[in-house]
Design a protein around this ligand. Structure first.
Ligand SMILES: Cc1ncc(COP(=O)(O)O)c(C=O)c1O
Length: 408
């Protein structure tokens, strides 16, 4: 029987047998816990259906190849792209590096400019710095609005035809700020720039349609989407991918190899050198089926409600400072006055005499330039997933009250 999205309970904790009772896991922005459906799919793929892909002439390999390519089709449907535009990579980091090395490394020249924003994850900063240094390009940074979103008015004012590449987070991993991705793409395209969106924090928490957005590249990781680690996706417009040289050489990415000259496979195979993460791809397929069985609109609304509750409760505690906009997507960063975020996280993890352990992230969240702009060395961050509910928010708030007591 097919489970209809509207029939699913949104507090999907029962689908996650590995989350112990009473533990509030509030670190999904780092990595999401895995539903049983994904774990089962991985077990099967490493077990009774395991074989290599694209090479074997025996039945099991042919079946695994079908499963691998079916996953590509599923990813394409999931984000509104075409099958031959989906490149399997290790994660968002590798997806961004691929575009930086293969696209920017061959398209940009000295004097060209790259536009990033103040809130980017290091993956969407350092990858561009590496290529900028190599080709002599310069990097500019779009500031944030007062409520800590990427300031698109400022972006429109500062972008010039020298900006050949724009790379922005669709959802901030620290602040939860949601980018108006369509407008950002229009602003980029108005000066002829190519735009990449880092969708790591968007795909697990809202519907994404790259065609409707109108961007050129889109990157995300499987493990934040309730899927396995070590697998991610680069979506790119086919004409762009087709014009890009390979960035790694090896098996599977070639058309014909001779010592005199090698020709390459068309995309996406051109960018998938070597034996791929077969089981990761199968697990990613199961993860997409899982989130779609609930519905991304519902997940978005669910997390938005938890964010509202959390922000209201923390705002009522007078020594707590909240970061990010009111309507942040599933992520709340905060600071407790006079207490280092690591101490906050440690006290939350220890729980109280009734259990009540809460797992949050504390640190710079791979966004040091953002920390500098916020004027803090680190923040505490609570981030939600489909398994969280109001009880987790209560545990977090009780934990913060404990932190205040301990630190006087
Ligand atoms: C916004 C954002 N971009 C990029 C990344 C990098 O993802 P990965 O480490 O899975 O490649 C992350 C992970 O924290 C992220 O949150």
């Amino acid at each position: 029987m097919t489970v209809m999205a509207q029939d699913r309970p949104l507090d999907a904790l029962a689908d996650f047998p590995a989350i112990p009772s009473g533990w509030a896991y509030l670190d999904s922005a780092a990595t999401a816990q895995k539903p049983r459906a994904v774990v089962d799919a991985i077990t099967r793929a490493y077990g009774e259906t395991y074989a290599t892909v694209h090479r074997g002439v025996y039945q099991r390999s042919a079946d695994m190849t079908l499963a691998y390519e079916a996953a590509r089709k599923r990813v394409a449907q999931f984000i509104g792209g075409a099958e031959n535009e989906i490149v399997f990579v290790r994660g968002a980091t590798e997806a961004i590096n691929l575009v930086a090395q293969s696209w920017a490394g061959t398209q940009l020249k000295a004097g060209d400019r790259i536009l990033l924003s103040q809130l980017e994850h290091h993956a969407n900063i350092v990858s561009w710095q590496l290529v900028a240094e190599r080709v002599g390009a310069e990097i500019d940074v779009v500031p944030l609005t007062a409520d800590q979103r990427i300031d698109l008015d400022a972006m429109a004012a500062m972008i010039t035809p020298a900006h050949r590449l724009v790379a922005l987070a669709h959802v901030s991993n620290v602040l939860g700020s949601v980018l108006d991705a369509k407008r950002a793409s229009e602003i980029a395209h108005a000066v002829g720039a190519t735009i990449l969106l880092d969708g790591c924090q968007a795909v697990p928490r809202m519907p994404v349609d790259v065609a409707a957005i109108g961007c050129d590249f889109y990157a995300f990781s499987g493990h934040k989407l309730y899927g396995p680690t070590g697998i991610g996706v680069l979506w790119g417009r086919y004409d762009l991918l087709d014009a890009m040289p390979p960035w790694q050489g090896g098996g599977s990415m070639i058309d014909r190899v001779t010592f005199a000259k090698t020709t390459y496979a068309p995309p996406p195979g051109r960018f998938e050198a070597g034996t791929p993460h077969i089981v990761g791809v199968v697990g990613l397929h199961a993860a997409i089926d899982y989130v779609e069985s609930i519905g991304l609109e519902r997940i978005h609304a669910h997390e938005a409600a938890l964010v509202r509750e959390t922000r209201a409760a923390l705002a009522a505690i007078n020594s707590v400072r909240l970061f990010g906009p009111e309507d942040s997507a599933g992520i709340v960063s905060f600071a407790v006055e006079g207490v280092h975020p690591h101490d906050v996280a440690t006290i939350l993890d220890a729980g109280d005499k009734n259990g009540g352990q809460v797992a949050i992230r504390a640190g710079h969240h791979c966004a040091q330039p953002l920390m500098e702009a916020l004027g803090v060395p680190a923040t505490a961050r609570a981030s939600f997933g489909v398994y969280n509910g109001p009880a987790d928010v209560e545990k977090l708030v009780r934990g913060i009250e404990r932190v205040r007591k301990i630190f006087g």
